[in-house]
Design a protein. Structure first.
Length: 316
């Protein structure tokens, strides 16, 4: 049996992605072999494939390289010294971040400490969609230190990070505003946020007195959103090519501002999986692509209009 993996053969457009076969790895000490059911696609995968950002710089001499940081699947073999995981368990993880990658693989041998057990009531699809986006959302909000009743503006609330961030902010009893395209107004309203159609007018013309800005977009939209803020507002800008610029501009205007790099934290993932299992958090999945439709999956991610997450079915 082969281990099929999707690799970046060289930096460029979606067409540089290819399927290669490798040997199924043996789990080393402290590792388990996971048969991956689903991997999820994140904006960083697309950025890296194009040769942009830190992961690309670190891996430029190691191509072909297997991207992907989110997986869910089943433990099929256990290495020596493994204490909590056993064969047959469903697991998920935010793995190999940011240099090792490897998520777009049918089989992966992973340190057990990188993995979380998926509760029975949570699908492997939802579990695969959660790690990177969910932890980015949770960590951005904890940096912002949101208090009950505060007005929070989340740019791009229908996206992978955004739709989770706004649910966590609502659970913290904040008053949540978010920007989206017309197609997502109803979806975000059902989650309980005040949705603002950015195609209709810039958000600065529609909203004021905002206490916290969670910038998941960067660029002009983020610069415009700074005009909505209160005097002592906090800004958290999640990695985009313009995050540094946004933070500098925010500080010049007298706001507290910070960028962030998400930090894989299995205990936090355990908590989020639990939240999904009891219905406190809903994960939206727009589409599941088979491995051989990886180019279409990356093209969809590049539109910037994905509702929730897109997944790869790694066994198909």
């Amino acid at each position: 049996m082969d281990n099929k993996q999707i690799v970046i053969t060289q930096f460029g457009g979606p067409e540089v992605l290819a399927i290669q076969s490798s040997v199924i790895p043996e789990p080393l000490e402290g590792e388990v072999l996971v048969k991956v059911a689903f991997a999820s696609i994140n904006p960083i995968d697309v950025k890296t494939r194009a040769g942009l950002g830190w992961a690309a710089a670190q891996n430029k001499d190691k191509l072909p390289w297997v991207p992907g940081y989110d997986i869910a699947g089943q433990v099929i073999k256990v290495g020596s010294g493994v204490t909590t995981l056993a064969e047959g368990m469903n697991v998920a993880g935010f793995i190999g971040f940011p240099i090792r990658g490897g998520g777009y693989s049918q089989y992966l041998s992973l340190p057990e400490k990188e993995l979380s057990i998926v509760p029975d009531s949570v699908t492997l699809e939802a579990a695969a969609a959660l790690p990177l986006a969910g932890q980015t959302a949770a960590q951005a909000l904890s940096k912002a230190q949101i208090k009950e009743g505060e007005r929070v503006l989340i740019l791009a609330g229908a996206g992978g990070v955004g739709h989770i961030a706004l649910q966590i902010a609502l659970a913290a009893k904040a008053e949540v505003y978010t920007t989206c395209s017309e197609a997502n107004l109803d979806y975000l309203a059902t989650l309980g946020a005040h949705a603002i159609n950015y195609q209709f007018a810039p958000v600065s013309q529609r909203l004021e007195a905002v206490d916290v800005l969670i910038d998941l977009v960067g660029g002009e939209a983020a610069l415009d959103a700074l005009k909505c803020l209160n005097d002592h507002a906090r800004v958290v800008s999640v990695p985009t090519l313009s995050a540094e610029l946004i933070c500098e501009k925010a500080k010049m205007l007298g706001f507290e501002a910070t960028g962030m790099l998400v930090d894989p934290n299995p205990e936090q993932l355990d908590t989020m999986l639990y939240m999904v299992s009891v219905g406190l958090l809903k994960v939206e999945i727009q589409h599941i692509y088979s491995m051989d439709h990886i180019c279409q999956a990356h093209e969809q991610m590049e539109t910037g209009h994905t509702r929730g997450k897109i997944l790869l079915d790694m066994q198909n």
